[in-house]
Design a protein around this ligand. Structure first.
Ligand SMILES: [Mn+2]
Length: 384
């Protein structure tokens, strides 16, 4: 049995004000080609297929197109579970009808949650979908009064599915969870407010392979057969060093698995640059893509006029600027009042860029300077 494991597509994601749909379509094109090249027995998508519960229409169209091509053009069945970003009710729409076409959707878990059985030459493999659900949902819907906390809720769901798998049969889980010990990054949403939200890796002991979603860095947790495929793209600057990939799994007749990661190459990478403005304005080096999404950390300590505007002439997709070395407020010795005014406008311009991602216009800068001047004047009147 051969299958492709992926997760956390986050279709409809907006990154620093940029809609990522075309970037997502670009890598999904690679994914569909990979399906055609490797001819797997199944595609497993372990949750967070959408970025939010009511996704934008382009995201719905992209998922529709992608799944149709996998199922109709390549005739490969798809098993898809809800993640914490998905609306399980919406994602589960038509699940009963679509399963006859090979699209197996698991939205809200309930008593009828059952394994999907696929066959190869060696016999059946039971795929057990464990969609994301808050513990109170599991307590109410299964019902499972003992499911307090994520770990106990997961154990209950695993038990509910594993007891439907005949003894000695190969079994694969799909789960969307935070397995204790996993490495986080900035684009995952916490599963609980307070409390741990984690599940122990021992939950997945009954399975020969566990296809995990939630953590965005591709990684194994404890053993190679309990694995996060990672997200489709880098969804935060904290992920700049990641290498995103899809996991190709080969399972033998005993259930033993071999995994291989197939890299995904984005149209525009997410990168961090650091240096003095003049150095960075020298432009792309050694074939780097000037259209990559960039966070720039400027080493300059003094005022820099319209940094984002000038950087964007060289790198159009600078999305964020850090100024860690910008001299803090307070009056510098030897500066006249005029210089002080200039510095305040500049500090505000820097703050404005960091918050909004766009440069303060000349008109806005003038308005700000006039307002500050007015405040100083009033202050002088009061103290006089
Ligand atoms: Mn996610």
């Amino acid at each position: 049995m051969r299958f492709l494991h992926t997760s956390d597509w986050h279709l409809g994601r907006i990154f620093h004000g940029i809609h990522l749909t075309t970037d997502q379509a670009y890598v999904l094109e690679q994914f569909i080609k990979l399906v055609g090249d490797t001819k797997p027995d199944a595609v497993l998508i372990a949750g967070d297929v959408y970025d939010r519960s009511v996704p934008p229409t382009e995201a719905v169209q992209l998922l529709d197109d992608t799944l149709s091509r996998i199922l109709i053009d390549h005739r490969v069945p798809v098993i898809l579970i809800a993640g914490n970003h998905d609306s399980p009710e919406r994602l589960g729409f038509g699940a009963g009808l679509l399963s006859r076409q090979g699209l197996h959707l698991a939205g809200l878990p309930g008593k009828n949650l059952a394994p999907i059985v696929l066959y190869d030459d060696c016999g059946p493999v039971y795929f057990c979908p464990l969609p994301y659900a808050d513990p109170p949902v599991v307590r109410h819907r299964l019902p499972a009064p003992e499911a307090t906390g994520h770990d106990r809720a997961m154990r209950y769901l695993v038990h509910h599915l594993a007891r439907q798998v005949p003894h000695g049969t190969r079994a694969v889980a799909l789960a969307h969870a935070f397995v204790a010990g996993g490495e986080e990054c900035e684009s995952e949403r916490y599963l609980t407010v307070g409390g741990s939200g984690t599940v122990n890796v021992s939950c997945f002991q009954p399975f020969h392979y566990t296809a995990l979603g939630h953590l965005h860095k591709p990684q194994q947790t404890g053993a190679p057969h309990v694995r996060y495929a990672g997200s489709l793209l880098k969804y935060s600057f904290s992920e700049a060093p990641h290498h995103k990939s899809v996991t190709l799994v080969e399972m033998d007749h005993t259930g033993r698995t071999g995994v291989e990661t197939v890299p995904l190459t984005p149209q525009r990478d997410v990168r961090c640059l650091e240096g003095y403005l003049d150095e960075i304005l020298a432009g792309p080096q050694n074939g780097e893509n000037r259209h990559d999404y960039l966070m720039v950390t400027l080493k300059d300590t003094g005022a820099v006029y319209d940094a984002i505007g000038r950087l964007r002439e060289v790198y159009p997709n600078v999305l964020h600027i850090n100024r860690p070395h910008l001299a803090a407020g307070g009056e510098l010795p030897g500066l006249s009042g005029e210089h002080r005014r200039l510095s305040e406008t500049d500090l505000f311009a820097s703050f404005f860029e960091q918050v909004t991602g766009t440069a303060l216009s000349a008109e806005q800068a003038r308005t700000f300077a006039v307002t500050v001047e007015e405040l100083y004047r009033k202050e002088r009147e009061v103290s006089a």
